[in-house]
Design a protein around this ligand. Sequence first.
Ligand code: PAF
Length: 283
Amino acid sequence: MHIIKTSDTLKKHLIALRKEQPKVTIGFVPTMGALHQGHLSLIDASVSENDITVCSIFVNPTQFGDAADLEKYPKPIEQDIEKLVKNDCSILFLPSYDDVYPSDYKQMIFAIGELEHKIEGASRPGHFQGVCNVLHQLFSLISPTAAYFGQKDFQQTVVVKKLVEITDSSVKIRVVPIKREPHGLAMSSRNVRLSAKGRQNAAFIHRALSQTKEDLASMTVAKAVAKAKQFINAQKGAAIDYLLAVDAKTLEEISSLDEAENITLLTVVEYENVRLLDNIILK
Ligand code: PAF
C-alpha cells in the first residue's frame, strides 16, 4: 500500500496511473480514521468493484460544531494502516489541513436545501456543509469512479447523492449495508465509549427497528413507531432523540408506506451518554 501525504503527490500518482491504464477504475473510501469493521466493509466493497482503492483518513474540522469533540477524536494511525494493508487497500491518503484547505480556500455553500437542516442537521448546524466541502475537495482531487459510504449515516448518504447531483459529478455513490456487532449494535467509532455491558444491551435499538418493520405489516406507521418508542424508552438509561419513518430521497417524514417509493426508519438513541445512530430500510 502506498501512503501518500500531499495532494500534489497523489495527483501525480493518479495521473501516471491513468496514463498507464486509461480504463483504470478507482474506488474511493473517505474516512476520519479509527477504522472498524464497518469501514473495512466499505474497503472490501471498493476492492471487489475497482482496480484500485484509495482510502483517505482526514479528521475534517469543518464538520465538527464542537472543538472539544474534534480534539477528542481518536487517531490510532498505526492500527489503521495495518487494517488497510490487510484489506488490500492500494493507497492511503493522509493529508494535512492545509493540503485539503489551502490558505485561499473559501468554504462553499452547497445548495442541498432542507437536507442540511432536518433530523441530524437540526442538532448539528453546519455539519453537512462541512461534509460537502471536504468531499467536494477530495472528489475533485481523486476523480474516483465510485465512492463508498456506510448506510449507518443514512442522512449523509442522501446528502452526498445530492452533492454529486448538484455538482454534476460523475462519481457513483455506493451505499454499503450496516455492519453490526455480534449482539446487533450498529458498528460505530463511538461504541468504544459504552461500557462492555452497555455495548451488549444497546442491541435493543436494532431489535426495536426490526420489530417495527415486522409490525408495519399489520399496523399504521404512527402505531408501530409509538410502540417502538415505548419499548426503547422503557430500557434503563435510554432516551430517544428521534425515531421516524422518512422518504429515503427527501428525508420528509411519512405517515403511510404508500407515500414514497423508498422508505427508511431512522433513529438516534442516547444511551450511557453516547448518541447511537441506527436505521432500517422499510422498502
Ligand atoms: O463519515 C465520515 O467519516 C465523514 O463524514 C466523511 C465522509 C469521511 C467526511 O469527512
